[in-house]
Design a protein around this ligand. Structure first.
Ligand SMILES: [Zn+2]
Length: 298
């Protein structure tokens, strides 16, 4: 499914066509869901050959004529990016890569199947994180609460994909509001309660921001992420802001070691605004567990 690049500013298209590799606009700016906010960047997927000694290779955020552009280097065979190919606007192509041909080859049916597979994978990942919650238990309440919240975000991503909607981190909460996921409604409710969206207040978000900045200090997209959080705060989109900030922390912490979680327990607790009501968390976990299994058809 090829999309039009008409929503991409001319200056960004011009910049993209100057890159030596096939390039396509992806993400919310070309998505038919029409959810972009002023703070959203223009995502450019770059299909550079692997193992090259050229100057390209690492993802980066950069300004282009007053717009924010994020270059995302795609690795591996094109067919591994079925879900991205389901919604791209090719700006520069090459015969060898035949990006347009690959994108055209992704029929709505193939795309739907790829989304279903991704959704199931997220639900399995949610169950995996839930096991870590149980393993941490009362001995490490902050770690237990952290894994449950990560599990809840994975569940939401899974529920969105299973409902035919490709999750977009900044817009996931809005996607949840719009999607018809009646079969998973109870699970979504439990997941949002785990995440704590109803606790979205300015003070709660402000407390998290410092900790998130610290967690992301070495990442290339730190400034972009922080500016999105500020943008949502300024626009009083507190629930979306709280959801997104927690989502950023969740992704960061899920990739870290348990030694890190234990050593920086306070940072973990602050960045994710964790509560320590273990009994309540266990109740939510059981709901999430049942819902994930329902989603997996078990
Ligand atoms: Zn966006």
């Amino acid at each position: 499914m090829l999309l039009s690049s008409a929503s991409i500013p001319a200056a960004v298209r011009k910049y993209a066509s100057g890159i030596s590799y096939p390039v396509a606009a992806i993400g919310c700016r070309v998505s038919s869901e029409g959810m972009s906010l002023d703070c959203c960047e223009y995502d450019l997927a770059v299909f550079a050959p692997e193992n090259n000694n050229h100057h390209y290779g690492s993802n980066q955020v950069l300004p282009v004529a007053g717009h924010t552009v994020e270059l995302i280097y795609m690795t591996g065979p094109i067919k591994d990016h079925m879900i991205d190919l389901g919604g791209i606007a090719v700006i520069r192509d090459s015969n060898r890569f035949a990006l347009s041909a690959a994108a055209n080859d992704v029929s709505p049916e193939k795309y739907r199947r790829a989304l279903l597979a991704a959704g199931r994978k997220s639900l399995v990942s949610s169950l995996f994180c839930q096991r870590k919650t149980a393993a941490a238990g009362a001995k490490q309440p902050a770690v237990a609460a952290m894994w449950l919240k990560i599990a809840a975000y994975e569940f939401i991503r899974g529920a969105l994909a299973l409902s035919g909607s490709r999750p977009m981190p900044l817009h996931e909460l809005e996607q949840v509001r719009r999607v018809d996921a009646s079969a998973l409604a109870d699970g979504i409710q439990a997941a949002l309660e785990c995440i704590g969206v109803e606790r979205a207040t300015r003070p709660a978000i402000s407390r998290s921001i410092g900790a998130i900045r610290e967690l992301k200090s070495k990442e290339y997209d730190a400034e972009l992420v922080m500016s999105k959080i500020r943008h949502l705060m300024d626009r009083q989109m507190l629930a979306d802001c709280y959801y997104y900030a927690g989502r950023v922390a969740a992704k960061n912490l899920a990739a870290r070691s348990s030694a890190f979680h234990n050593r920086y327990a306070k940072l973990v607790q602050l960045s994710m605004d964790l509560t320590s009501d273990l009994q309540h968390l266990q109740k939510l976990q059981r709901q999430l567990f049942r819902a994930a299994n329902v989603g997996l058809g078990r």
